[in-house]
Design a binder for this molecule. Structure first.
Ligand code: AMP
Ligand code: MG
Length: 410
């Protein structure tokens, strides 16, 4: 049986990066930038006023106020959207609106609240309550946010809703992003009924289907729920054929060693090449992974064990790694949080174990994790109370209270 590390290496070597896509800005949230994004303009694009008020040449203005001048002629009015380029005459001011370009020789703006316009017959003058004005007051210089050619986002950045304004400002209306897999989900098992039904004796509700769909959609992936399949070769063939149309197919159930565990055989019949079956991990040992080549591309297939926590762990550890490879071209090493155990913990068996745990911070901000009471791979109750999975390796059987353990938050 291979180790988790070996399984991840096999996923890395068998899964290819998907072709990049060029998509409109409005659809970029959650996608990974393929290239560095560079500004095509200065921000702001001109020296501008950040207030409604009057642009002045501060030295000239201060001198004149000191010499007793009270009224200043308004040479012109500049509104947001006007092109920059006018010049002030000494002793004159220009009325400017927020966002408007200031005259090229002005260096400060007096806000309108400190000004009183005196209409006269032929022209307007204005009187200010200011005794003086500092140069650079209430103006924003061209390029002071960023200059043309600045790096806005690095390749690999995951676009957030709050990034869209900045991308719009630099005219990134179409963006090249990493490809994203389409995903099909197919739970299998004669005993399964939909969650809107009351199970008859011997039946259980299909937990894995809705859970795997949600986990996949939570990564922003377009996901098709294929219902569920009975443990019947013909039904499985029909449904799996459908799923192989996607870039990634995730099955659950039917990959263990029982008589009705038909999934590996049907996948093989349909030309999906097995890469590994069974990994030393708890829960989730029977996990199956393979790849089907199809005209130029591939379908990546996971058969996760049917017990819900096995499916959950298999998705977290192996399926997510494959998705990263498809979208970014590499699988980074796992990056768990390191936490103190709040109580000692005894592992059973000889496989590394992912165990549901609850995270909290102590008063000094240290991370503490508590292993929850958990019956094993069929017990979703503990997962509903967990913040993530504690990883217990096989170096020891007993983990003392206060020892440091890796924790993978959900
Ligand atoms: P299997 O991997 O098919 O041997 O299933 C292992 C256990 O998981 C059995 O007890 C199944 O009833 C249960 N199981 C299988 N599929 C599901 C599912 N979709 N939802 C909940 N439990 C399941
Ligand atoms: Mg089964």
């Amino acid at each position: 049986m291979i180790s988790i590390q070996e399984a991840l290496e096999l996923i890395d070597s068998h899964v290819g990066k998907l072709p990049v896509e060029t998509i409109p800005l409005s659809r970029c949230v959650g996608r990974l930038l393929e290239n560095d994004i560079v500004a095509d303009v200065d921000s702001p694009p001109h020296d501008k006023s950040v207030m409604d008020g009057f642009a002045v040449m501060s030295a000239d203005f201060n001198q004149r106020v000191q010499n007793g001048q009270k009224d200043f002629s308004i040479a012109e009015t500049v509104i947001a959207g006007d092109a920059p380029g006018i010049n002030l005459e000494p002793g004159m001011v220009a009325r400017v609106m927020t966002g408007a370009p200031i005259p090229s020789n002005a260096d400060a703006v007096i806000m309108v609240e400190n000004a009183e316009v005196q209409p006269t017959k032929n022209f307007e003058t204005v009187r200010f309550s200011n005794e003086s004005i500092d140069s650079e007051k209430h103006i924003l210089r061209q390029g002071s946010n960023f200059t043309k050619g600045s790096l806005i986002f690095q390749a690999g950045w995951k676009v957030r809703p709050t990034d869209i304004g900045l991308l719009a400002e630099i005219g990134a209306s179409e963006i090249v992003v990493g490809g994203q897999p389409s995903v099909s989900i197919l739970p299998t098992g004669n005993e399964l009924v939909d969650c809107n039904q009351k199970p008859e004796p011997g039946q259980i509700r299909n937990s894995n289907g809705p859970m795997l769909v949600a986990m996949s959609e939570n990564l922003g992936l377009e996901t098709i729920a294929l219902g569920h399949a009975s443990d019947d070769i013909t039904v499985l063939q029909r449904k799996i054929r459908q799923g192989l149309e996607s870039n990634l197919m995730i099955l659950s159930g039917g990959v263990s060693a029982g008589k009705m565990d038909l999934v590996p055989k049907v996948l093989d019949d349909l030309g999906v090449e097995k890469v590994f079956h069974r990994v030393a991990v708890k829960p989730g040992k029977p996990v199956w992974f393979g790849v089907a080549e199809k005209n130029g591309g591939q379908t990546v297939v996971f058969g996760l064990p049917g017990n819900p926590v096995s499916s959950l762990v298999g998705f977290e550890i192996f399926v997510k790694a494959a998705i990263l490879k498809m979208t970014t071209g590499n699988i980074p090493p796992p990056s768990p949080l390191t936490c103190f155990l709040t109580q000692s913990h005894e592992t059973r068996g000889n496989r590394p174990t992912y165990w549901p745990g609850r995270l909290k911070l102590d008063l000094s901000g240290q991370r503490l994790v508590t292993p929850l009471s958990w019956q094993g791979s069929s017990d979703l109750m503990a997962l509903g109370r967990a913040d993530g999975l504690i990883f217990f390796d096989t170096q020891s059987k007993t983990f003392e209270q206060g020892s440091l353990v890796p924790f993978f938050p959900f």
